[in-house]
Write a protein that binds this ligand. Structure first.
Ligand code: ATP
Length: 209
């Protein structure tokens, strides 16, 4: 059997939106992935202090968004562990759960490259795994995207990251925008899958935050 190609997409997913699905679909096609597993963080270390919807509620919304998407799934390891998780620990743990030979990609948005040097064991993370940077902004050239890591990593790792930049058609949606629109009583139709919009309304999520 051909070895499998699997990607994790880490994020807050507070809430999941069409931009996440667009990114996962593009990555699936361009990297010939078998599966993308969405990896919701219980609380992102760099977002500490900002209240998030409880992870069980974010997972419920993810489940609705991913229903009918056979290649997509939810990886609940970090959510079940609770507390802060570091990506390097999570990926090393998850790697052991898959047959040897499985190629594991980790998808990050272009904005995340800015923080990457501050991540726990960042150089090891880049060396051991295939980090794919998905650029959401076609105006930002590769050199500008990579500027924050050039000073922090040896050239071989910078080149590894450069070779794994994926340019996707921008779909300018963010969870921040969705939370803000719900708070203001505005429609989020067309920004999240219909079942997600419906559940957010039923549960009254984001209204009083
Ligand atoms: P927030 O607005 O709360 O910061 P977000 O919309 O960026 O959230 P996250 O859950 O933080 O959502 O994103 C998870 C991953 O998906 C990140 O790597 C992020 O860069 C990427 N991403 C988010 N929105 C889009 C989009 N519209 N197009 C492509 N990638 C996206």
């Amino acid at each position: 059997m051909a070895s499998r190609r699997l990607a994790f997409l880490g994020g807050s997913f507070d809430p999941v939106h069409l931009g996440h699905l667009h990114l996962a679909r593009a990555a699936c096609e361009r990297l010939a992935l078998d599966t993308v597993r969405f990896l919701p963080a219980p609380s992102a270390p760099h977002k500490l202090g900002k209240p998030m919807l409880p992870v069980e509620d974010r997972i419920e919304l993810l489940g609705l968004a991913l229903a009918g998407e056979p290649r997509f799934g939810i990886e609940e390891h970090e959510a079940r562990r609770g507390g802060s998780s570091y990506t390097i620990d999570t990926l090393r743990y998850l790697r052991r759960r898959f047959p040897s030979g499985t190629r594991i990609f980790f998808l990050i948005g272009g904005d995340s490259l800015r923080d990457l040097p501050q991540w726990r064991s960042a150089a090891e993370l880049v060396a051991e795994f295939d980090l794919v940077t998905v650029s959401r902004d076609p105006r930002v050239p590769d050199d500008e995207l990579l500027a924050p890591v050039v000073r922090a990593f040896p050239p071989s790792l910078v080149e590894k990251l450069r070779a794994a930049i994926l340019r996707v058609e921008p779909l300018p949606v963010s969870s921040t925008e969705i939370r803000e629109r719900v708070r203001q009583g505005l429609s989020i139709d067309g920004l999240v899958p219909p079942a997600v919009a419906q559940r957010i309304a039923e549960r009254g999520h984001y209204r009083a935050r």
